[in-house]
Every structure is written in structure tokens, then in C-alpha cells.
Design a protein around this ligand. Sequence first.
Ligand code: AMP
Ligand code: MG
Length: 404
Amino acid sequence: MILLLTVKTPDEATAVIADRFRELACRLEVVKMAGALGRVLGSDIVACEHVPGFDRSTVDGYAVKASETFGCSESMPAVLTLGGEVMMGEAACAGLIPGRCIAVSTGGDLPESADAVVMVEHTEDYGDGLVGILKPAAPGNNIIFKGDDVSPGDRVLKAGTLITPHDIGILSALGLCEVEVRSKPVVGVISTGDELVEPSKTPGRGQIRDVNTPMLVAVAQRFCALAKDYGIVRDEEGPLREAVERAAGECDIVLISGGSSAGTRDLTSRVIESIGEMLFHGIAMKPGKPTILGAINDKPVFGLPGHPVAAYFVTELFVRPLVAGLMGADVRRRTASARISEAVSSNHGRAEYMAVHLDGDGMANPIRGKSGLIASLAGADGYICIPRDSEGLAAGTEVIVTYF
Ligand code: AMP
Ligand code: MG
């Protein structure tokens, strides 16, 4: 029995996903700074302090009144009396008085009345507390003023930012030791197929190792989600329904790989229909046509093709934006333009996604492989999409490569 699939184009599928699940709420949690890297910021960070908190020297040298250095040169130095030294970590104890300079190190507090710092390289120590200034300074030279980096009220980071090491630096400069982030969505991973054995087992004839579970767990982790592994489920409706119900109860998104076509042995659609609703069955793309989207208790449930490469592409293209959306983040895909190194033919009527390897000369080499062969993805830098209305690309055609 073959049922007719309600096939969507990739764009239509993306629109259905965005439309149906846009309201999915993301949760917030507070994490210590040590665990903040790679998390998505939950709220805007608005500074309530100045950074730096005082005027500081940006060089090792002498704090001066700039006007007292005007006109000086190597042959006619301005001679100033050393009026003391600013100790690091301490406030400058004395202000500057006319005819004097004060030694200051990089990051040291700028003495009162000083308006410039002359680098030590542009000075000469004459001994007896006299310093020669060999190069005139302008007011403001070699100073970072209070609040130059950040002032109270500045929005330093936006909600939805993926926290980087330098963001952690900024937050720490503001005295924050913990930060509110979006909770990681939980992605449940179920693999179905009577032929599957765990990767640790030696498959018998007719059996294969389960590639999709560990791969999809890793993909979910790369999307900054938490993955929950439900293992291998046989091609039987009862156990599959049980696993899907459990996963839909415990997770934010459920991925079921295998059994997503419309044959009698393909149980995913039947199971989704019996406990939730089907949103579409089939995407006009290659690989990945037999893809299902359903909803159980308003949670997205994907039926992914069993072919690992197909499952990978569908997850990358359609699950990733959903995970990002749940965290209030954008998916930013890096792309590069290149020329295809050889002609490729394509299936009219289906958008075709093809892994490519980029060489140094801006050429994209297509990696051909049946969608089941995961080894074809090894060495791929990214993929190209041949539009559904195209019958292929001639060698040398310009293509946009999206990095994995
Ligand atoms: P299906 O989508 O169930 O028709 O499976 C399509 C192909 O993918 C078959 O050759 C399956 O053996 C294979 N396959 C299904 N699930 C997995 C998996 N978890 N790991 C590796 N291959 C799989
Ligand atoms: Mg199967």
C-alpha cells in the first residue's frame, strides 16, 4: 500500500515549521560564568558601571600636562621634574603640579591635572629626578578615559547573542558572575529499524549498525541543544508509539529516523497520526524526500529518512532553525561563492542538496554518494543546492556553498 504524500517544497516546509511552532516558548535559567560559553543570552545586558572606572594610561611612561611638552624635540627636550610614581592597583596619590611629570605604567591611574602620557620611549632619564621629554604630546594622548569602553545605560550585549569568550570578558568587566541564558531545548532521538544494531555490536548478515542515533545526538549537541537518546526501536507500532509518546512528554523536539516513507513497514506516520497530527509528509528535495513533520501536544515531531546523509541534511536544514528559534537565536549560515568543478545533473522537480569539497582555488568539487553512504560526508566542507527547476549545472557554474 502506497499512500499519497502531501509534499512541500523546502521553502513551504520551512514556512510550515516557522508558522506552527513560532510560539514555542523558550525557558530561561541562570548559569555561572564558567558555564556560559556557547549559551544564548536570555536578556539584554545593560551596563550600570563605567569601564574603565577611572582614567588610565595605555602605555608605560610619564603623565604630563600636554602644554608643557609643546615644541619639544630630541634636540630641544622639555625638562620636567619627576614628581612621583603611580603604583599599579592604587589611586595616584598626588596630582600633577606645573613643571613636573609622574611615572605611570600601562593601566595605571592618571594623576589629577595630567592630560596626556608620554611613552617612556620618547623620554630620557637624566638622573637626579629630571626627565627629558623628546616628543610633544597632545591632550588625551595615551589615555583611556573613564567610560570609554562602556558607560552606565549602554546595552553591551543583546538578548539572543551566542556567548563568546570575549562576551564573557565584557560581562566579567561589569562584575557579573552569572548570567541569564535560554535553557537548552531537549531533542529526543529515536531510531527505528529491525535491521539496526548498536554500534558496539557486530552486525550479522542483513543487519547494520545504528549510525543515526549517535550522529543525531551529536548534531543536536552542535546546535547547543541537549540530546536524549531513546535507542533503537523495532519496526512495530506498539513499541514505537510508546517510545514516541515518552519522548514527546520529555523533550521539546522529537526526531524519529527510519520508517518515514509511505510503505506498509513505515510506521512513523501512522504512529504520529494516532497520537498527534500530521503537518506534512514529504519534502521535494534530494536527499530527504520522505520527511514527516507532525505535532504531538504542540511539540514538533520529525520523521526523518533512515538514510544517514538524508537524515543529516534534513536535520541541518529544518531542525536547526527550530532549535535556534527555541533559544531565541538566529541561524547564521556561513557561505562562500565558488565554481563547480564538474558538471552535475539533477532531478528536475526536487531541490538537490549536494555535499562539496572546496579546494584552495575557489572550486567546489561535488561529492557523489548514494544518500545512504555517510562516508560521503567525510571531507565535505559544505553543500550546494541545485534548485528544483534546474536540470543540473555546467562545469564552471558559480555556486553558493553553505558551510556545514
Ligand atoms: P528507512 O527510512 O527505514 O526506509 O531506511 C532507509 C535506509 O536507511 C535503509 O537502508 C536503512 O537500513 C537505513 N537506516 C535506517 N535507519 C538507520 C540508522 N539508524 N543508521 C543507519 N542506517 C539506517
Ligand atoms: Mg526502516
